[in-house]
Design a protein around this ligand. Structure first.
Ligand SMILES: [Zn+2]
Ligand SMILES: [Zn+2]
Length: 180
């Protein structure tokens, strides 16, 4: 069984937001072989017990009033542009989120939420290229000396970590980084 398609999170298995698991979903009450491991914003405790199909269909949102990404963090409270609610609703309610060290923000570009590609450290960012590196520096407000030291420490698995997205319109890479 292949996973549902998520426009804004194209490979949630690769990013680690969905894992193979025999856990039964709290929403559809089926063990479908995969479970969502990212953040859940809901009254109930729903960590690691929602399947990706119930996220994609909107069923988990409807049943538990659950969102998987902080709504206002989509577009970084307006800092990354004015994102229409129709896009934010799909990201928050029908898309797997991801775990950051701090409250997650969802990068946006060209007036729409971007696709989440995953966490990245120094090595991954260098493969993505200089333009992304520059964009990530701009998000930090660090000067070149501060940034150079910070960049050396960026890690996919350990703080600080960068979160990489790609614009669905122009293909531009972007995102931000945080630490604990
Ligand atoms: Zn389910
Ligand atoms: Zn763009």
């Amino acid at each position: 069984m292949s996973l549902p398609k998520f426009k804004y999170h194209p490979d949630p298995l690769q990013t680690g937001s969905v894992i193979e698991s025999e856990i039964e979903c709290e929403c559809c009450e089926k063990a479908r072989g995969y479970i969502y491991t990212g953040p859940v914003y809901a009254e109930e405790e729903l960590d690691d017990c929602i399947c990706p199909w119930c996220i994609a269909s909107g069923k988990a949102y409807e049943m538990f009033d659950a969102e998987f990404t902080d709504y206002d963090g989509i577009g970084n409270y307006g800092a990354w542009g004015d994102i229409p609610d129709s896009f934010k609703e799909i990201v928050a309610r029908r898309t797997p989120g991801f775990l950051g060290w701090q409250q997650e923000r969802w990068w946006a570009h060209c007036g729409e939420a971007a696709a989440y590609l995953g966490a990245a450290g120094k090595d991954e960012i260098e493969q993505y290229g200089a333009r992304l590196k520059q964009q990530l520096q701009q998000e930090t407000d660090f000067n070149d000396t501060q940034w150079a030291a910070y960049f050396e420490n960026l890690s996919k698995d350990d703080s600080p970590t960068a979160y990489i997205f790609q614009c669905l319109h122009c293909g531009e890479l972007g995102g931000y980084s945080d630490c604990h």
